[in-house]
Design a protein around this ligand. Structure first.
Ligand SMILES: Cc1cc2nc3c(=O)[nH]c(=O)nc-3n(C[C@H](O)[C@H](O)[C@H](O)COP(=O)(O)OP(=O)(O)OC[C@H]3O[C@@H](n4cnc5c(N)ncnc54)[C@H](O)[C@@H]3O)c2cc1C
Length: 329
């Protein structure tokens, strides 16, 4: 009997979790390795005192039948709800975006707090090396943001050919800083709790997590633009947070802030994207997927929740085809 193929997935964000779920359903032995203490990646939520704030993805929209089907199920299970909008409604997760991914990943084997530092070719398979563990697989899928994936490959004794370098070099990501501010009193931001127009220079959007019904306390997530975040990247946390607070006061007028925190995303959004839903390294059974790998049908041109989901599903299908072709040879 053919031995079950082992697939290691580096990164427990949406792309990794959707790929894992699909491959498990196809009968593969799948493990997700995640460096953080929880799955979710940029679907990120922080508890602050009695409140809750999303500080990565704010909402998601749906253009594909595949995500629409998932959304119907999640609505039925009460995991998400429609926030607002008619043509392309904006959906949010009722207990914060991170909890949605945790719910989806419930039955997937995941190793948390494990950062893969190297991938080693152990023909015909591969090994992942972290400070604590060595794991052996027939194929590896990397779903870290492309610059992090490329750094991992360069730190590994793998053979990268010129086309691998050319493709991976071309995609850069921009940072996003998010200030999290707990207010003393409720303060409405527009009708739904989202302000993304007419903002002071450097500010991208303000989200009120209480109006989003994610938080029981008034918690604002203040998203700064990529250019602003880049310019402030090395200026120190306290100074940066004070500056965001001043800009917030300028925008909203005086508000009483009782606590504040900063989240610095080094790799928030891709500046350029691939118009292919995944890549494979030329010389190794190593695949790459994630939000920067867009389906050719995706005309949005942007990294987003849906692009991560679709990339995860497409790469899982590609891995399945790969192994089926090998067994038919
Ligand atoms: C501030 C911000 C706001 C956003 N707003 C929206 C929005 O409103 N709507 C929308 O649709 N999208 C939004 N997005 C984009 C959306 O969150 C992403 O497109 C999507 O979540 C990416 O999923 P992913 O699986 O491709 O990557 P990620 O979520 O980044 O997952 C990659 C995972 O790999 C892990 N990892 C990396 N390296 C290693 C390693 N060496 N070993 C082990 N694990 C590793 C990381 O910890 C991470 O969990 C936003 C993103 C940010 C940052």
């Amino acid at each position: 009997m053919e031995q079950q193929k082992r697939i290691g997935i580096i990164g427990g964000g949406l792309a990794g979790i959707f790929a894992a779920r699909q491959l498990l359903a196809e009968g593969y032995a799948v493990e997700v390795i995640e460096k953080s203490q929880s799955v979710g990646g940029r679907m990120a939520t922080r508890r602050i005192n009695q409140g809750t704030a999303d500080h990565g993805a704010v909402f998601f929209t749906v253009r594909t039948d595949e995500l629409a089907q998932e959304v119907d199920e999640w609505l039925e299970k009460g995991w998400i709800r429609k926030w607002f909008g008619d043509d392309f409604p904006r959906y949010i997760a009722v207990n914060g975006m991170n909890q949605l991914v945790q719910s989806i990943a419930n039955e997937i084997p995941v190793y948390l707090n494990e950062q893969v530092e190297q991938i080693i070719s152990d023909e015909p398979g591969l090994q992942t090396i972290s400070s604590e563990q060595t794991r052996t697989y027939d194929a590896i899928l990397v779903t870290a943001p492309v610059p992090q994936a490329y750094d991992l490959f360069k730190a590994s004794p793998l053979t990268l050919v010129e086309t691998d370098h050319a493709r991976l070099e071309k995609v850069t990501f921009e940072p996003t800083f998010v200030g999290l501010f707990e207010l003393q009193e409720a303060f409405d931001i527009g009708e739904f709790g989202l302000l993304d127009e007419g903002l002071v220079s450097g500010m991208l959007k303000i989200v009120n997590n209480a109006q989003k019904e994610v938080s029981t306390t008034p918690l604002l997530s203040v998203y700064m633009t990529g250019d602003w975040s880049e310019a402030w990247y090395d200026k120190g946390e306290d100074k940066t947070l004070t500056e965001i607070e001043q800009l917030l006061q300028k925008q909203l007028g005086p508000v009483k802030i009782i606590s504040k925190q900063l989240k610095r995303w080094r790799y928030a959004q891709a500046r350029d994207v691939f118009h292919t839903p995944y890549l494979k390294l030329d010389r190794h059974p190593v695949w790459l997927a994630g939000d920067a790998f867009l389906d050719p049908q995706d005309t949005s041109g942007r990294t987003r929740v849906e692009s991560a989901v679709i990339s995860g599903l497409r790469v899982a299908a590609a891995l399945d085809t790969h192994f089926k072709q090998l067994t038919n040879v």
